[in-house]
Design a protein around this ligand. Sequence first.
Ligand code: FAD
Length: 512
Amino acid sequence: MDRENNEAMTQPDNNAIRDLVIVGGGTAGWMMAAAAARVLAGGVRRITLIESDAIGTIGVGEATIPPIHGFNELLGIEEQAFLDATKATFKLGIQFENWGQVGERYFHPFGKTGRDFDGIAFHQLWSWLRDEEGVGQLEDYSMSAVAARNGRFARPDANPRSPLSNVGYAYHFDATLYAAFLREYAIERGVVRVEGRIVDVELDGESGYVSSVRREDGASIPGDLFVDCSGFRSLLLGGALGVGYNDWSHWLPCDRALAIPSAADEEIAPFTNSHAHGAGWQWRIPLQHRTGNGHVYASAFMDDDEAERLLLANLKTPPLGECRPLRFATGVRERLWDRNVVALGLAGGFLEPLESTSIHLIQTGIAKLLALFPDRNFADVERDEYNRLMTSGYAAIRDFIVAHYHVTRRDDTPFWNHVRTMDIPDSLKTRLELYRQKGRIFRYDDELFSIASWSAVLNGQGLVPLANDPLCAALDGESLAEAMRRMRQVHHNMAARLPMHRAALGPSAGDA
Ligand code: FAD
């Protein structure tokens, strides 16, 4: 039910949100605070963020995907200042090792791969001609992948005729420095930071809406709209409002991680590395001043000691410190917006970091909240639309991540046998069957991952369609194969001329 009557709704100014309260100062909290300071200033009377130094933040979450540029543009952040402040590096995609089969590797690049022709998707053309002399691998047609494999980097070129026009990139950054960078931005623009542990959430007796949060020292902070960024605790949405959790662990059984930093790598690869082990996988995220590493694993299939042994044995550079354990259950809250509380980040849900989608989901949550920003009437239709859009976004990303596990040919451990043969969501079954038949991939609604992303992963995992797209039969295969050989050569020639990644990061890259 809408909170107030129709008469009140005709006076929007009187009903505007006055006090916006953000609970939590991790990546989610400070992203929300920075965006609110930029977009809502003038409309909202006060924006307050409460964080607890004693509790701290999760401290991981260092790999991003290209839509992050949209967030930086919204805030008006200059790229070099951002790179320097967060010790960031460029990310052209993810390299997957041992995923399809032990000893194999493939690249999921950002940006476009090849060019569609006569309405036929590029991966279909490649699949049709893949055995022709000199046609090579699908990833040869991605400028991002070819540059990454050569340790080089370039930004996209706006000229559509340049091979660099297909480049897509994101960043790796230090999560703690990123939160600090956004904190400074938000505070400069008027956000009030309050330090202290919240011990109670007070609800309005009549409406059941959150009226205030109370700190350990007894101080109460009232608000009209609360954004719960309290991490896995989900203090407001899961805790005070009791919104349940849709647990997806049966599709994504990894439930633990060990994280450890190691020394900076001389080469600074322009990509995330994902190396599969017996019951999960290990990330390597190169930053300017150190390397982030972690092992994500399923505790039902591997114990903590073995997970730690594998992680340490596969570090490329010497460890800096001890392994930090993290536990999680993959899934999402039944509603991400309930009454006057919206949850962002880990407070709302968690999909394991295989495709670096969590920070993106925070960004999407912020964008949709701003697009549907309520007044104190809290119209049901706005809340429902938010929940519908966010829930379908989470489910689409879930399917993409599940596909990495399910479409494996590995049978060397109980874990891989389990994920290869497990039941999968119906939505994913249909997708995989369409691909298996004739290589077809569709992008539904405004889902995150493109046809190029799905084809990179399904092909990389070793899934070969049973038949070619029948539309290819109308094409001249000889001349198309020749055009593809030329395109492949152009990419390799161009990559050899690009700057090395470290040089592209700017003069202070690698400084302590
Ligand atoms: P947190 O960082 O946990 O922040 C919670 C905040 O709430 C803190 O400020 C805390 O002090 C405050 N708080 C909690 N309780 C109280 C209280 N009672 N009173 C006051 N304050 C309180 N994402 C990516 O996009 N890319 C990745 O590569 C990636 N890798 C990951 C790897 C692992 C193993 C995990 C577990 C996650 C990863 N993520 C990744 C997800 C990413 O870490 C999070 O999405 C991101 O850090 C946001 O976290 P958060 O702000 O929601 O929570």
